[in-house]
Design a protein around this ligand. Sequence first.
Ligand SMILES: [Zn+2]
Length: 251
Amino acid sequence: MQRRQVLRVLAACPVCAAAAKSAMAGTGHEWGYNGDVMPDNWSELSEDYHVCGAGRQQSPIDLADATRADVDAVTTRWRAVSDFELVNNGHTLQANMPKGSVSIVNDKPYDLLQFHFHHQSEHTVDGVRYPMEAHFVHKSNDGDLLVLGIFLDEGQENDVLAPLWAVAPTSKGIARVAAEFHPQDLLPRSSSHFTYAGSLTTPPCSEIVTWVVYEETAQASKKQIADFAEVFPHNYRPLQPLNRRQILQGF
Ligand SMILES: [Zn+2]
């Protein structure tokens, strides 16, 4: 991640700089993962974050004791993109996707809005936490969210992520990725997944998310994980109680 390179990108693009400024102004109360604004305190930071503490369907959770079920696999119709925003918003690194990519679950279409990363993983599988987790955030016409989660385990360098890592801003700001990019290439081959009803894992923690977390992991090199961790040492929310929910496992 080369800060100088990013600054050059910003300097060359006044629109990006303006967008970065407004993104950095943010909406809502400041929150984080450490100190006074840590996850345990989110519900007290703002009335808007009440459900972070009072909710009964919060995410992330430990994916254990799942019930095998005949649930639909997700159909992803994602298109190749070129020229998109890569934002360091102070909480994560987020790639904003142009319109045109859709995922379908139970005949309901959801538009792919963005994907971003957590270090370490937010969900765990039978108590196992992975080095990273990518979240592909989708929204339906009626405002429901679908998030596809993909674990990143340490292994081979991830060629799909490499062009993003090369330009990712190391402090709050926006870079643009100009190379052709196929988000589909980040998906695991196996459609085996866990699904459950949950929430955003960041304030306001709204309980409007259908979660689909893939069992097969993607890989990233030790250096790729370390590069991300240098900018975001800890950006995952602690596990939340399952309460009366059921985790289904589909194949
Ligand atoms: Zn996330």
